[in-house]
Design a protein around this ligand. Sequence first.
Ligand code: PMP
Length: 369
Amino acid sequence: MEKKTVYNFSAGPCILPKEVLQRAADEMMDWHGTGLSVLEMSHRGKAFVSIAEKTYADLRKLMNIPEDFTIMMLQGGASQQFAAIPLNVLPDGGKANYVTTGQWSEGAIKDAKKYIEVTECTNNKDLKFTGVASQDTWKVDPDAKYVHYCENETIVGVEFTDNFPFEKFAGQLVICDMSSNFCSRLVDWSKYDVVYAGAQKNVGPSGCTIVIVKNHLLQQRPSKICPVTLEWDTFAKAATRFHNTPCCYAVYMAGLNIEHMLEKGGIPAMEKLANERSQKFYDYLDNSGGYYTNNVDKAFRSRMNIPFRVKCNDDLEKKFVAEAAAEGLVDLAGHRSIGGCRASMYNAMPIEGVDALIAFCEKFKAANP
Ligand code: PMP
């Protein structure tokens, strides 16, 4: 029986390249002649250590990560870093600036407030998170040690590309949640001190969180109340940067996908495709005569996650999502907190996926005027 083509628009865990999944399947029962599956290997054994070290090295190459940053692959999700950040960066308490542009940066500030004094530079809830308030209105604590922001808000589809106002925070450390756009464009590492990202978008399956920390921050001990499993320096010093048992299979899968991205032309190729995919879909939405709408300020529209409404009608949206799924366009419902629809288009989404989505949108529009 011929297999139906399915395009997965999930926000994460999400689409992964077929070639990567096939390779994992091929290697499942016997990794490189060891007679073992990666699922049953010791994380301290030679085979898995070689997998992890190659993954770190390939990621460094893919993202041009300078040697003065340490790469770690940790558990607990990006959410766990919301607490790890203040506990590691400000061991004796202190002050930080937080920029709130959506639900994920809201999560980060909520945890930070438990441990340190926080200035919320802006909170764009008033704009229903459809944009970023004019930077003239931002409140900045000049004595704060660091600023935290989220580069791509996965739920509302608001992304900073080259328009984050770093100059407002001169002299402060910059800490960024890049969970949902990491590996979709190059990072200017001279601007950052900590970058973290849950792997389950562009990089791999869920289960490991990439935490990249500038080495000077690993010289200090974290707060006394920091749980050991959140101590960056403890992991950085441990063999293979694993203080305890890592999520081995997620690290392995991320490694396969990172290798695949390198083979496919690296980040410039991923960025080009991300721009093409998102531009095509935004152009379609904007020219649909108001049938489909995305209200995000054009300067901050996400290239990864595109929320949209169908005639602003909840019932029609339910129908849209169900009928699309029946045609192999899956996971187009918006996040449960805001409803509507959302198309997430990560690195593994081919342009044909967007074409198929647009063709379906046209058909749906004609059938439901
Ligand atoms: N930050 C962003 C931008 C996210 O999209 C997510 C998850 N979707 C998180 C943080 C939280 O990640 P996790 O579920 O891995 O804790």
